[in-house]
Design a protein around this ligand. Structure first.
Ligand code: FES
Ligand code: FES
Length: 173
């Protein structure tokens, strides 16, 4: 009868980590890997939700913007261990389950706001946050969004947010 290989006494197994339960785009997930993993990499590398982008090393660009319990946050600076029980929304979660677009997504299309596109998922999330706080934003409010666009899409983004704000108030535009 073949003998099973002996376990190397020099190898210490990884401790079993407790799971971190999160709700992402209305679905439940349990992260059992490194608790210090930033949310950005959990989204992109584990769940393959690649809308959230990596754009800088110092949490300034906003390309990785998400909503955590409805509030704007930067996924690159949020370790998974801080997210137990929280609800996260990424750009993939803005449309309805039946595929109908969020008014901001439709306005982005109508205003042709997307240039190279890299920053735009973060811009959309920041715009959702802005309209939740200020349903009737001024241009200055919109310009206060702290997301960077290397293509200079700011005027189109401004027009798209104003269009969506009007639509969400029921006014034609
Ligand atoms: S990648 Fe998170 S702010 Fe730039
Ligand atoms: S559209 Fe290219 S970086 Fe913003």
């Amino acid at each position: 009868m073949p003998r099973l290989p002996q376990t190397d006494p020099g190898i210490t197994p990884e401790p079993i980590r407790p799971g971190i339960d999160v709700v992402i785009n209305r679905e439940n997930f349990r992260h059992t890997g490194d608790p210090s993993m930033p949310l950005l990499w959990y989204l992109r590398d584990v769940l393959r939700l690649t809308g959230c982008k990596y754009g800088c090393d110092d949490a300034t660009c906003g390309a990785c913007s998400v909503l955590v319990d409805g509030k704007l946050a930067r996924a690159c600076e949020l370790p998974m261990q801080k997210l137990q029980g929280h609800r996260i929304t990424t750009v993939e979660g803005l449309a309805q389950a039946d595929g109908s677009l969020h008014p901001l997504q439709q306005a982005w299309i109508d205003e042709d706001a997307i240039l190279c596109g890299y920053c735009q998922p973060g811009m959309l999330i920041a715009a959702v946050d802005l309209l939740a706080r200020k349903p009737d934003p001024s241009d200055d409010d919109i310009d206060g969004i702290k997301n960077l666009c290397r293509c200079g899409s700011y005027p189109r983004v401004r027009a798209a947010i104003q269009r969506a704000a009007a639509k969400m108030k029921g006014a034609p535009k």
